[in-house]
Design a protein around this ligand. Structure first.
Ligand SMILES: *Cc1c(COP(=O)(O)O)cnc(C)c1O
Length: 823
C-alpha cells in the first residue's frame, strides 16, 4: 500500500493541516504502543468513551510518527506533524477502508452469524489456499475497528478475500457491509439465544443479512425463521442475479441435504445429497458445532465447483482452530507466546505487537519463525518485508526454521537457521534460552506445537486464565460512571485480587488510570521493579518499610500520629522535600485512620512542614452495598466531607479527596469527590446483581482430568470414605485441591466442576492436591479440560454456597497455580 495523503482529503471529508508537499503512507495504525509506527504510518486517533488516543499523539510525534487522522489537534502539536482533521476518526477509518476495498476487484467471502465465524474463516482459508492468494481477517478481527483494519491489509497480489463481520446490536452491519462488500455471503450458525442488543431472533437475523446486500450468493442453513427473514430481505434488496444456496439436516428441499451423520470415535462421516447424487465425506470432529461449520465450508467449495475428490481430501484434514494468542511461562524465566498454528504476514504484525506488550523489563525478544506459506508476494519481497518488520520491532534474535526462510537469512540480523523442526529440536539445548520473551510462530506443517511443549515450563496442569480484554471492559464500565475530572485509583493489592499483579498493572498503565493502590510496600516494590511508572499508594505501610518506600518512590498512607512522626523523622534525615503522603481518616470503618479528636494534632504536626506533601485525603466505607445501611454510609460521607474540609482549610492545601470503593461508585454517585478507588469490579465481580450483567468475567480456573475409573455400587471415594456409590459410578480425578485454594467446604457434593459444559458433582472430600468428581453422565476422558470456576460456576455462586465473599475465593487461589493471560 502506498497512499497519497492528500488524495484522502475528499474521501474522509477532512480538513488538511500540514505540509504542502505530497506525502505517502504505507501503514495504518490505531495502536500507540506498536513499534511498527513510523514516519510512513497514518495514525487514526480513535476515542472510546474512556480512552482518548489523542493523548498519545505527542509521544508518537516524538517517536517519529508524522501523519494523523484526528478530531482535534492536541495542545502543542500543531506545526509538528500533518493532520487530517475529521468529525469522527472511527467513521474516517471506515470510510478509508471502504474506499480502499473498492480499489480491488476479486471475490470476497463475507461471513456473519452468531457462532463459528472465525472457525469457518480459518477452515475456508485452509481449504482454498492451495488455489488462491487469500487475504483474511486475522484472529477474530470482526468489529467496527477490526473489519477496517483487516480490509486495509489487502494488496495487489491477493485474489480472494475472507472477512468476518460481528455485530452486537442494530445499525452496525450497514457500516461493515460498506467496507467488506462481500460477493459471496455465508451465514454461519445463528444461535437461538436471545442476545442482548436485539429485540428478538428475527431482528438479529435481519441485521446480519444486511451484510449480503451486494452478494451474488447467500449460503445458509435453511430453517423457517431464516427463510422468512430472507424473503423480506430479498423484497428490499431485489437482485435478479442473486442465488440462494442452502443446506439442511431436516429439509430435503435444501440444495444440499445432509442425509446422515455418523460418529466414529472422533470423526464423523457426513452423507449428503447434491444435484440428485449422494456423496459422503469424513471430517476429524464429532461435535455438532464442528459438523455445522464443516458443512458451511462444504457449500462454499461446491459453489466454487470443486470436484468431489478434492473436497473429500481437503475436508478430512480440517484441524482445531486456536482463537487467540496465549502467553505461557517458559523454561529459565522465559515467557512464551504460542502462535504455533499460523504464519502469514498480517498475523505476524499482530503477533509482534502482542510480543511487545508482553515483554518484561530486562527480558530480550526472540522469534522462532517458520517459512511463511502464503502471502501473495514473491519470496524476495516477502522476506525483505518480514525482516524489516522484525527489525522495527527490535527483536533481539531470530530463529528461522525451514528451507525457504533459511535461504533469506542474510536479510535478518542475529539470525540462526534450521532446515526443519527436527533439526532445531536436536539442537535446542545449545540455544540457551534464558530470560527471553519468545514468539513461536509457524505454519501448521512445521508442527511448532512440539517446540512449545519443549520450551514450556512444566508445572501441573491447573491454570488461572485471565482475560485482559474483560479487564479493559470492566475498567471502562466504571470509568463511564465517573463525572468529568474525577480520577481513578485501581486497587491491585493482593496480587491484583489474585489475578496477577504486574500483567494487569501494565494494562492499567496503558489505560492511563491515575493511581494504583497496594496493601504493603513489597507489592509496590515488585511493581516498580517491573517497570510500572504510575504513582502507587501503600495502604498499610509498616514503619520498617519507610526507607524502601522512599527509595522506590512509593506513597504511604499515613493513618496515625505515631506513623506520621516516624515518617517525618526519616523524611527530615533524608532531606526530602514535598514527599507525597496520603492521610486516612476514620469515619466509621474503625480499622485505620485519624479520628476527629486527632485532627488538631495532625494539623499542628503538618503545619509548615515542607518535607511531606499531602497528595490526598481519604476514608473507607464500612459498607456500600446494603441498602439497610445507606443512612450510615451517608453519615460517613458527611463526616469525611467535614473532617477533610477542616484539614484542607487549616493547612491551606488542595489534595485529592476520595472515599468510594467499587460498590460506592455504583451506589453513591454524588460522593466521588476527586477520585474513586476501584477494586473488585475491575476483576468482574459486582456486589449488585443488576450491575453484574454489565461486567465481563475475568478469571477462569481450569484444570484437566488426570484419570477416569468406574467403581461398583457400594465402593467409596476418597479420605474417610465420605462418598459411598449407590450405583455403578464413573469417577474422574482432577489435580487441584485445598492447597490450590479450593475450600474443603466445596467438597462432598456441595460443589461441582464443569466438564464438556456439564456439571460434575465433587464426591468425597477435597484432598490437598486433588479432588474427585462424578462423571457418570458425561462422555469424557483423561486429559479433557475441566472448569473449576469462571462463567459457570461463577465465584459469586461459589461464595454463596461457601458462606463467604468472592474476594476471599479469588485471593485464595494459590500462587502455585499458573496464571495465563490472553486477549
Ligand atoms: C480494597 C480496598 C478498596 C477496593 O474495594 P472494592 O470493594 O474491592 O472495590 C478501596 N479502598 C480501600 C482502602 C481498600 O482497602
Amino acid at each position: 500500500m502506498s497512499i497519497n495523503l492528500k488524495s484522502l482529503i475528499p474521501v474522509l471529508k477532512a480538513e488538511w493541516i500540514g505540509s504542502d508537499t505530497d506525502i505517502f503512507v504505507d501503514h495504518i495504525s490505531i495502536d500507540s504502543r506498536s513499534l511498527q509506527n513510523g514516519s510512513k504510518t497514518l495514525f487514526f486517533a480513535l476515542s472510546g468513551v474512556n480512552n482518548d488516543a489523542h493523548l498519545y499523539i505527542p509521544e508518537l510525534i516524538e517517536n517519529g510518527v508524522q501523519n494523523f487522522v484526528v478530531q482535534y489537534i492536541p495542545e502543542n502539536c500543531s506545526g509538528k506533524a500533518n493532520f487530517l482533521v475529521v468529525k469522527n476518526p472511527l467513521d474516517a477509518l471506515q470510510e478509508f477502508a471502504g474506499y480502499y476495498r473498492d480499489l480491488f476487484d476479486f471475490p470476497i467471502i463475507g461471513l456473519t452469524g452468531s457462532n463459528g465465524k472465525t472457525i469457518v474463516k480459518e477452515w475456508l482459508n485452509f481449504l482454498l489456499s492451495p488455489d488462491y492468494n487469500i487475504i483474511r481477517s486475522p484472529k477474530s478481527y470482526n468489529s467496527q475497528v477490526g473489519v477496517p483494519l483487516s480490509v486495509i491489509a489487502i494488496n495487489g497480489k491477493h485474489n480472494l478475500g475472507i472477512f468476518e463481520a460481528g455485530i452486537s446490536t442494530v445499525n452496525e452491519m450497514v457500516n461493515l457491509e460498506k467496507i467488506i462488500k462481500p460477493t459471496i455471503g455465508v451465514l454461519t450458525n445463528i444461535g437461538s439465544a436471545h442476545d442482548e442488543g436485539f429485540q428478538n431472533l428475527e431482528q438479529k437475523i435481519n441485521e446480519k443479512l444486511l451484510l449480503f446486500k451486494q452478494s451474488e450468493v447467500i449460503i445458509y442453513q435453511k430453517n423457517e425463521i431464516v427463510d422468512l427473514c430472507l424473503k423480506e430481505f430479498l423484497k428490499d434488496n431485489d437482485s435478479a442475479e442473486r442465488q440462494l444456496f442452502s443446506w439442511s439436516f431436516t429439509d430435503n428441499s435444501a440444495d444440499v441435504f445432509i442425509l446422515k451423520k455418523e460418529n466414529k470415535n472422533d470423526t464423523t462421516i457426513i452423507q449428503y445429497k447434491y444435484k440428485g447424487e449422494t456423496f459422503s465425506l469424513e471430517i476429524p470432529f464429532s461435535d455438532s458445532a464442528s459438523i455445522e461449520n464443516a458443512v458451511s465450508c462444504l457449500l462454499v467449495l461446491l459453489y466454487f465447483m470443486y470436484d468431489f475428490g478434492t473436497i473429500q481430501n481437503r475436508m478430512q484434514m480440517l484441524y482445531p482452530v486456536r482463537m487467540r494468542l496465549e502467553v505461557k511461562n517458559g523454561i529459565n524465566n522465559c515467557s512464551i507466546i504460542d502462535d504455533s498454528y499460523s504464519s502469514d504476514f498480517q498475523s505476524l504484525k499482530i503477533a509482534l505487537d502482542f510480543l511487545e506488550s508482553q515483554n518484561k523489563k530486562n527480558a530480550s525478544k526472540t522469534i522462532i519463525l517458520s517459512d511463511i506459506v502464503q502471502s501473495g508476494f514473491s519470496n524476495e519481497e516477502l522476506y525483505t518485508k518480514v525482516a524489516q518488520l522484525i527489525a522495527d520491532n527490535k527483536v533481539n534474535r531470530v530463529i528461522a526454521i525451514g528451507t525457504t526462510i533459511s535461504s533469506f537469512a542474510a536479510k535478518f540480523s542475529n539470525c540462526i537457521t534450521f532446515q526443519n523442526t527436527t533439526e532445531f529440536i536436536t539442537q535446542i539445548e545449545s540455544l540457551n534460552f534464558n530470560n527471553e520473551t519468545i514468539l513461536i510462530k509457524g505454519a501448521r506443517s512445521f508442527q511448532f506445537e512440539q517446540i512449545v511443549s519443549l520450551l514450556e515450563e512444566k508445572t501441573h496442569e491447573t491454570v488461572l486464565e485471565i482475560n485482559m480484554d474483560s479487564i479493559s471492559h470492566n475498567l471502562n464500565y466504571y470509568k463511564s460512571k465517573l463525572s468529568d475530572d474525577v480520577k481513578i485509583m485501581v486497587m491491585v493489592k493482593a496480587f491484583g485480587y489474585g489475578n496477577g499483579g504486574l500483567e494487569i498493572t501494565k494494562l492499567l498503565e496503558h489505560h492511563k488510570v491515575d493511581y494504583l493502590g497496594v496493601a504493603f510496600a513489597d507489592e509496590g516494590i515488585s511493581l516498580k521493579n517491573g517497570g510500572i511508572k504510575l504513582p502507587i499508594m501503600v495502604l498499610n505501610p509498616e514503619s520498617t518499610s519507610f526507607p524502601s518506600i522512599i527509595q522506590y518512590q512509593l506513597e504511604p498512607e499515613i493513618y496515625s500520629i505515631k506513623g506520621l512522626n516516624a515518617f517525618l523523622k526519616i523524611a527530615r534525615e533524608k532531606n526530602l522535600k514535598d514527599f507525597p503522603i496520603h492521610i486516612k481518616l476514620d469515619t466509621g470503618m474503625h480499622r485505620l485512620g485519624f479520628e476527629e479528636h486527632n485532627l488538631n494534632e495532625l494539623i499542628e504536626t503538618l503545619k509548615g512542614n515542607s518535607s511531606v506533601k499531602v497528595k490526598s485525603v481519604l476514608s473507607h466505607l464500612a459498607t456500600s452495598d446494603e441498602v439497610k445501611h445507606f443512612d450510615f454510609v451517608l453519615s460517613q460521607i458527611n463526616l469525611f466531607d467535614q473532617l477533610s474540609s477542616k484539614l484542607i482549610s487549616a493547612l491551606n492545601i488542595n489534595p485529592i479527596r476520595h472515599i468510594l470503593n467499587t460498590s460506592g461508585i455504583s451506589n453513591f454517585p454524588n460522593a466521588q469527590f476527586n477520585m474513586v478507588r476501584l477494586g473488585i469490579g475491575l476483576y468482574g465481580v459486582s456486589n449488585d446483581p443488576a450491575e453484574q450483567k454489565y461486567l465481563e468475567n475475568v478469571g477462569t480456573l481450569k484444570s484437566i482430568i488426570s484419570q477416569v475409573r468406574t467403581i461398583p455400587n457400594g465402593d467409596s471415594v476418597g479420605y474417610g470414605r465420605r462418598f459411598m456409590a449407590e450405583k455403578e459410578t464413573r469417577i474422574a480425578t482432577i489435580p487441584i485441591g485445598y492447597a490450590d485454594g479450593i475450600s474443603r467446604l466445596w467438597g462432598n457434593q456441595v460443589g461441582f466442576v464443569v466438564i464438556k459444559n456439564q456439571k460434575a458433582s465433587i464426591v468425597g472430600s477435597v484432598c490437598m492436591d486433588m479432588l474427585m468428581v462424578d462423571v457418570s453422565h458425561i462422555d469424557c476422558k483423561e486429559g479433557d479440560s475441566v472448569i473449576i470456576f469462571g462463567e459457570s460456576p461463577t465465584v459469586i455462586e461459589m461464595a454463596e454456597a461457601l458462606k463467604t465473599i468472592p474476594y476471599e475465593i479469588m485471593t485464595s487461589i494459590s500462587q502455585r497455580v499458573k496464571r495465563v493471560f490472553f486477549r
